[in-house]
Write a protein that binds this ligand. Structure first.
Ligand code: HPA
Length: 271
């Protein structure tokens, strides 16, 4: 593991020299178009980075497989085009090594994005939600097995209040409605049942999805500040007549991506 971090860092450094990205990002389903906005691009395939997730037969369509380093919104960024999900092979720490490598090359803040189902009747598909907290409904944790006291990570304010404030300001300036809410991690890959959604709403969830939470736990463990955006691609199960599908997720995410690009670019400009 440590060996992979050093090897990956060496491969990246050989390509980017002393360019040291400060902001890391993970792109959710259908949000790959953000990469088109990046300039001074260095693109490295996950396959060329030891320990990075390989996408074999279980690959999820709509997710890229490159590390993109360059400039966006006046900041040096390192973008993980796609993520490996817990449901792909049952590993909640699948994104640990990429996050450790980003930290090793200088990243101190992470922007995590995802697609999610809205559990709030007032927030309709194609809107964006700023994550202000999460519920780990899966009960899994990427730090299980970790030793040492640092595994007991404080998860209050896991979604950095200062960074959230900046994101809200950017949304206001650009007339993009931005609700704040609680993201619930459901393991997937099947969607939730209507009964599960009724239960999750009672528990205090506003959006439901199959990612992000394990990554945020890892980010906080590594000392990275986090800001998270959910693109709401559908009303959660039982809340509308529309049948849920990954195709629909990708199509609506592509619409929401425009708003996310505006929000992220404005956010980076204000940092
Ligand atoms: N549930 C879980 N994950 C999702 C959903 C959903 O309704 N929409 C997009 N990702």
């Amino acid at each position: 593991m440590t060996e992979h971090i050093a090897q990956a860092k060496q491969i990246i450094s050989a390509k980017i020299g002393d360019f040291s990205p400060d902001i890391g990002m993970i792109l959710g389903s259908g949000l790959a178009s953000l990469v088109d906005e990046v300039t001074d691009v260095t693109k490295i395939a996950y396959a060329d980075l030891p320990g990075f997730p390989s996408h074999g037969a279980g690959a999820v369509t709509g997710h890229g497989t490159n590390l993109i380093i360059g400039m966006l919104g006046g900041q040096k960024v390192a973008i993980l085009e796609g993520r490996k999900h817990y449901y792909e092979d049952g590993n909640p720490s699948a994104m640990r090594l990429p996050l450790e490598v980003l930290k090793a090359i200088g990243v101190s803040k992470m922007v995590v994005t995802n697609s999610a189902g809205s559990m709030d009747e007032k927030i309709k598909p194609a809107n964006i939600m700023l994550i202000n907290d999460h519920i780990n409904y899966s009960g899994l944790n990427p730090l299980i097995g970790q030793t040492g006291d640092s595994r007991f990570v404080d998860m209050s304010d896991a979604y950095d209040p200062k960074l959230r404030k900046i994101m809200q300001q950017v949304a206001k300036e650009n007339d993009i409605p931005l609700s704040q809410g609680v993201y619930v991690w459901y393991s997937g890959p099947s969607f939730e049942t209507p009964a599960e959604i009724r239960a999750l709403r009672i528990l205090g969830g506003d959006a439901v999805g199959m990612s992000t939470v394990p990554e945020v736990i890892l980010c906080r463990y590594l000392g990275l500040d986090v800001v998270g955006l959910s693109c709401l691609t559908n009303m959660a199960a039982g809340m509308s007549d529309t049948k849920l599908s990954h195709n629909q997720t990708k199509q609506v995410a592509a619409i929401g991506a425009k708003k996310i690009i505006t929000l992220l670019t404005g956010f980076l400009q204000k940092l």
